[in-house]
Ligand binder design. Structure first.
Ligand code: CTP
Ligand code: CA
Length: 227
């Protein structure tokens, strides 16, 4: 059946989405990364298409089928993810940053595999800060562009998320308690608290990632409408 025009509240919009982990090379055969599955970001891209938008999906290494109809950009490390995002951002109306970007990377990855020495019992890996892609996207924002961040926390969810919202300068922050292993990382369902500057935090009930993705995008669309 043909969907009514009101079912496409994001028609004519282009959404930049980051998803999945990043992978930071230690040497040609090893890396530093995290447990992000990419599911939330892929669900956001799918929901964006369903709601009538175009989706630019910049993702790290994930084992998920591509989102048909989305513009897929595969990257490995945080620096590549940032470059891809900043190139796409001027043409987008909103950004939803779900990627679990590695906060640090090995300073310099040798081109040869690191070999352990005979009798070596310890190994120290020196890491350096990665760029903050969300902060960079916020800094490059022009009027009318809306930015939503995500926050994965294991402790003091609200306090940490409030501080993060202020620090990053985004319009919306979806805070996710990852200490509950039933939901969050890798799961089909998620529970978030949505924060916006100067507004009461909204604690949403647990729901599947598809429903959550639509609700988050509708919250984002309200921002354009309010502007
Ligand atoms: N993020 C990003 N680039 C980074 C780190 C984080 O774009 N280098 C984005 C994430 O995609 C997410 C938000 O920033 O939307 C918050 O990520 P999170 O890891 O929760 O916050 P951090 O600022 O890295 O703080 P923490 O020390 O708690 O990890
Ligand atoms: Ca982080």
């Amino acid at each position: 059946a043909r969907r009514a025009l009101s079912d496409k509240p994001l028609a004519g919009r282009r959404i930049l989405i980051t998803a999945g982990p990043t992978r930071e090379a230690v040497d040609p055969v090893r890396y530093v990364s995290n447990h992000s599955s990419g599911r939330m970001g892929f669900a956001i891209a799918q929901a964006a298409l369903r709601l009538g938008a175009e989706a630019e999906l910049v993702h790290g290494p994930v084992s998920l089928p591509p989102v048909l109809g989305a513009q897929m950009t595969a990257v490995t490390c945080a620096e590549k993810m940032q470059a891809a995002c900043l190139a796409l951002w001027p043409r987008c109306d909103a950004a939803v940053m779900t990627a679990a970007v590695a906060d640090f990377r090995p300073e310099s990855a040798p081109t040869s595999k690191i070999k352990k020495q005979p009798g070596q019992e310890r190994m120290t890996l020196e890491l350096t800060r990665n760029p903050d892609i969300l902060a960079a996207v916020c800094a490059a924002r022009r009027p009318g562009q809306v930015v939503m961040g995500f926050a994965a926390e294991t402790d003091d969810l609200l306090a940490n998320a409030q501080a993060k919202l202020a620090r990053k300068g985004c319009d919306l922050l979806a805070a996710n308690d990852v200490s509950d292993t039933r939901i969050g990382f890798g799961s089909e369902r998620n529970r978030i608290t949505l924060l916006a500057p100067g507004a009461e935090p909204q604690a949403w009930p647990e729901m599947d990632k598809e429903t959550l993705a639509e609700k988050l995008l509708l919250a984002l669309a309200q921002r354009w409408d309010a502007a």
